[in-house]
Write a protein that binds this ligand. Structure first.
Ligand code: NAG
Ligand code: NAG
Ligand code: NAG
Ligand code: NAG
Ligand code: NAG
Length: 407
């Protein structure tokens, strides 16, 4: 006997009552029991495939298909998301998915070492509806003062169509994105992700100031399942609390001026530095002869003695006190914090004008003292202008700007 019998699919169907099942992530199917108990069964004599094509055993294994024999029954397990299957998203109360696998099995029945029959079975296996959770990650960038929300695990048949920010809807197609961005990234595992970036200072962001500054962004992502365009929503909310207290300023005295330093903090409230009534900028610094350096970590302002903004007190031949004031201003609440630094200075000769219009001159007359001059008896061009203070070698004159022959 040479030939073999080929059973028709219907016949096999009547043999196998197994409809397929879904269990622990596997689509399962079993071959009919007792095809013919006299046939020896061996798992070498079964081949598994998909969509009407059998696969090499190694390929099937690589894809995770499992074939086990139990009491003369072959149990076939296909991982629900294995290669060869198809998936579909579904929008219900949330996002769901199901997988369809067109199983194809060939079983060879032997009589002796002769092929007696080949059973071929087609079975469409379908998973139940499986929840397909999206995930959202808070990647807010404090240093950049930027909300960042990443929506991930979006299946390939689902697209983002609109974002709602604190109740205001921004459809993506309509190019309504002003001042914030949405970028898409595709991953190798057939999912995509969306990155939403909204600056803290964007008009949609809710701000509340107490001891700390609170920024709140409630986000609703609206996605469409294709091709039916049924919507699914994903909501999240991000709250950021930023320390709104003014940063500490350190000031130190040197022989030639005052140095202010301010360490930048990662979540710094946008405090502005003002001097007098002017905003500190590199242009203002250059105009007044201040030395400003501003790096990512600290701002340093060197204010040389006698530059604009100083006030002088207790001026005597021994020295004087120089005072400089910087302000930290909150541009929103107009709250102002002042930092006043007073340093003692002692120079042998100098000249300066005070804000109240008084000119001060300290001169060292040592060379003339050697030729018999008494510093106390000197005067300026105008003979009425006598020294306010003098010692053996130095004199101090202090007079209103519009007197003593000044022009
Ligand atoms: C897909 O890949 C991305 C990027 O590697 C990963 O974040 C995500 O969790 C993966 N999703 C699934 C469902 O494996
Ligand atoms: C989000 O991230 C920011 C910055 O790390 C953090 O301040 C905030 O508490 C996070 N969580 C939420 C739920 O807003
Ligand atoms: C200010 O000075 C104090 C004491 O000298 C020091 O502990 C602190 O770190 C300094 N802060 C800044 C902002 O330089
Ligand atoms: C200093 O740099 C920070 C950022 O590094 C910037 O926010 C700030 O405005 C700068 N300040 C001045 C006075 O230039
Ligand atoms: C000026 O001198 C007086 C009296 O000696 C002293 O009380 C005061 O603190 C001094 N002012 C400054 C700004 O050094």
């Amino acid at each position: 006997r040479h030939g073999w019998v080929m059973f028709l699919v219907d016949l096999v169907a009547t043999c196998s009552m197994h409809e397929g099942a879904y269990q622990s992530g596997y689509l399962k199917w079993e071959t009919p029991e007792d095809v013919d108990p006299i046939f020896p069964v061996d798992d070498a004599l079964i081949a598994v495939g998909v969509d009407g094509e059998l696969l090499e055993r190694s390929v099937a294994q690589q894809r995770g298909y499992v074939v086990k024999m139990l009491n003369s029954v072959f149990q076939i397990g296909i991982p629900y998301n294995a290669e060869g299957g198809r998936r579909k998203s579904l929008a219900l109360d949330g996002l769901y998915e199901f997988y369809v696998f067109n199983l194809y099995v060939e079983q060879i029945l032997l009589e002796g070492d002769q092929v007696d029959a080949r059973l071929r079975v087609f079975r469409t296996l379908v998973t139940p509806l499986l929840p397909r959770p999206l995930f959202c990650e808070n990647g807010t960038l404090l240093a950049e003062r930027m909300f960042l929300a990443y929506l991930g695990d979006v299946p390939e048949d689902v697209v983002l169509v609109s974002v709602g920010l604190n109740g205001q809807e921004f459809p993506l197609q309509a190019q309504t994105l002003t001042g914030f961005t949405v970028t898409e990234v595709a991953h190798a595992n057939n999912t995509r992700g969306y990155t939403l970036k909204v600056p803290f200072d964007h008009p949609v962001v809710q701000q509340q100031q107490d001891r700390a500054m609170q920024y709140v962004l409630m986000i609703q992502f609206t996605l469409h399942v294709l091709p039916e365009e049924r919507p699914v929503y994903h909501q999240t909310s991000v709250t950021v609390l930023l320390d709104a207290s003014p940063p500490a300023i350190n000031a130190s005295c040197s022989d030639s001026g005052i140095r202010f330093t301010l360490e930048h903090r990662p979540s710094e409230h946008p405090w502005q530095i003002t001097i007098g009534s002017e905003l500190l900028t590199s242009e203002l610094a250059a105009r007044h002869g201040y030395v400003l350096s501003n790096h990512s970590q600290r701002l340093q302002l060197d204010v040389p003695l006698f530059t604009a903004g100083y006030e002088y007190k207790n001026v005597s031949l021994k020295g004087f006190a120089g005072t400089f004031e910087v302000h930290l201003q909150d541009p929103k609440s107009a709250e102002v914090h002042s930092w006043v630094q007073t340093c003692p200075f002692s120079l042998s000769q100098y000249i300066f004008c005070s804000r109240n219009g008084v000119m001060t001159v300290v001169a060292d007359l040592s060379p003339m003292v050697q030729s018999g001059l008494d510093p106390a008896r000197t005067s300026l061009l105008s003979k009425d202008c006598r020294p306010t203070e003098s010692d053996g070698t130095r004199v101090l004159y202090s007079f209103p700007l519009n007197s003593c022959g000044n022009t």
